[in-house]
Design a protein around this ligand. Structure first.
Ligand code: ZN
Length: 57
């Protein structure tokens, strides 16, 4: 059990969180547009939309 727990801790580091300049958390969304998949990043607070989460920095 202790081994599984340490594995989980390691994977959680890979999940990076991004925050908007307003302090809101960035949510990455996947949209389907005419058969193509499009990924956008949206602030959950001010609804600002950018192409990538890193564009909020
Ligand atoms: Zn924002």
């Amino acid at each position: 059990m202790a081994q599984a727990r340490s594995k989980n801790a390691r994977t959680s580091i890979n999940k990076q969180k991004f925050f908007c300049s307003c302090g809101g958390e960035i949510q990455v969304k996947q949209l389907s547009q005419s058969g193509k998949k499009k990924i956008i990043a949206e602030c959950g607070n001010c609804k600002r939309v950018e192409r990538r989460p890193s564009d909020f920095n």
